[in-house]
Design a protein around this ligand. Sequence first.
Ligand code: EPU
Length: 421
Amino acid sequence: MARYEIIGGNPLNGTVTISGAKNAAVAILPAALLVDGKCRIENVPDISDVRHLLNILAGMGAKIEKPEPGVVEIDSTGLGCTEPDPALVRKMRASYYLMGVLLGRFGKAHVALPGGCNFAARPIDQHIKGFMALGADVEETDEYVDLRPGPDGLQGNRISLDMASVGATVNIMIAGVLLPGQTIIENAAKEPHIVDLANFLNTMGARVYGAGTDTIKIRGVESLKGGTYAIIPDQIEAGTYLAAVAAAGGNVLVQNVIPKHMECITSKLEEMGAKVINYDDSIRIMQSGRLRRTTVKTRPYPGFPTDMQAQICVCMALASGVSRLTESVYETRFFGYCTELESMGANIQVSGKTATVVGVENLYGATVCAHDLRAGAALVIAGLSAQGTTYVEDIHYVERGYENLIGKLTALGAEIRRLED
Ligand code: EPU
């Protein structure tokens, strides 16, 4: 299995360009199947989750072309498949968006239950509740979800989510776009990729209002037309590079970002002592010397993202003083990386939802294992800032969500290589 070798200790300097947002791409690409025509989607990240998803869509009969780097054209004219290949679907989380897409376009779907990063129990009861409110009969087993029109047919309805779930908001939004009547999602997720999906759908002719607030209204339309859309920059990829500079030191311009999306992250890094300058579509971060302790609680957007929990933990591990990190979205997320960081010399005690991180002066190279995508990214940051050589194993998780990680870090002066075994 391939792994990363990182010789730590080099500060990061230069410019890094952020790719399109993974979690927007994995919603927008399947949503293109709602369009009986051709969509040109730009700023698509070249990551394994996207490649995998495109294989699923191609297997369903969509015509996929990549006319230039970062651009994907999807033509689903005449598509009829409502049962995507279960073996492929099980390999990634976001494949469950095909449930909403197929229900919306064809009125039925038979989709295997998804795989993905298993850092916590990840139920889909809110998605199912939404489909049922839209009039679907749902059969759910341990293996698959089967959706069909119920006795009164499919139509818009009001759905109040028990928690602001990103996945349920996406699935209900894409299911509702082509249904008759109005669908209202209350307590909707507000993450930037929710707004991006709504903007994509509206560009293709949908009528989605209020995305980015906690109430989204969708007025059903008869059909969507093709068009061109560019995906927003990846908030978490950008946050990962900012955290890497904060931990390893240096001076980096992170470009192709939306600074407003980054405020929840940059404000914490500033509190820890990093110098941050915002420009229109880029952020400069400068760090030398030791970071200061802080307190972070993860929350849905616009709070501090759970997907940055592990990366900020590395910064805390190296800061002076005792930091506290509380997870409020996925309780068990600490287990993916805290033990690995401890093997590099970090001092972290996890108790329930909170990690107490006693800062140390140095981390030391070790062989560590990535248990999920963001945990893996955090271990790479730890390796960059550690003394000695770190080997990060199970890097297929990292490659699900970071485009050209080695190339981007090497250009910033890091010593990192991908070793094939
Ligand atoms: N939840 C339920 N029932 C549901 C849905 C969610 O109980 O039906 C709970 C979850 O267990 C969790 C909370 O609600 O405790 C929030 O889950 P959410 O549905 O918002 O998460 P998700 O849609 O499964 C997306 C991202 C994750 C990110 C979370 C939170 C995608 C493909 N994935 O997951 O991204 O952590 O939102 O922001 O968009 C990552 O990129 O590394 C990643 C894991």
